[in-house]
Design a protein around this ligand. Sequence first.
Ligand SMILES: *Cc1c(COP(=O)(O)O)cnc(C)c1O
Length: 233
Amino acid sequence: MESTTDIKQRLQKVREHIEKAARDCRRDPATVQLVAVSKTMPAERVKAAIEAGATVLGENYIQEAREKFDQLAALPAAWHFIGHLQTNKAKYAVRIFDLIHSVDSFKLARELDKQAAKVGKIQEILVQVNVSAEATKSGIAEQEALALASDIAALEHVALKGLMTMPPFFDDPQRARPYFRALRQISGRIQQAGLPTVSMDHLSMGMTGDFEAAIQEGATLVRIGTAIFGPRR
Ligand SMILES: *Cc1c(COP(=O)(O)O)cnc(C)c1O
């Protein structure tokens, strides 16, 4: 059983690497937020991470997140959803998550809007873009991102705050860089369109293996699991 101390040490190390990566490209480290990806980790480990200073948790599965949230909701952390979200789970998602990174269809955005209206909330979301166009990956095609953003702009109870992507896995993180750069360019085009209620404040990109490259390409949210919690079973 791992202690809070182990998680604290790893969290500290990840923070140092984030800060170094930011400074190396003359960015203010405060502009890069760490999302501690706690999927598959039991509630005690997640609690330990919060006690060790994690302020944002990333979860992939609604049922799992609901169980943990029930136990840990009183603790000072924001919860982000980063997995594939089915429309019929939108009602649970709006109750738990401050930010949903993975909206990839208007159908889902519309359902989130409806459910957010019911609980009197404006749900912040990101659009997930499948920059690599891999058939196995979720996310909307690059060419459709602007149209989706423009449809979302008309919804009253969701607020689009940026984009998210997951590049293919490479042993060499430098190879992920063109995908990160492409996401930044798509974000720039959406920003230029000047859509009402839409802001492109966030680029959610970079994981344990490639967050330094993502920060160099403009990431504002890095989603890191393994480097904080150790390998998943
Ligand atoms: C699991 C996961 C991560 C974290 O991956 P690590 O390699 O463990 O840092 C980040 N983003 C998404 C969407 C994930 O599913």
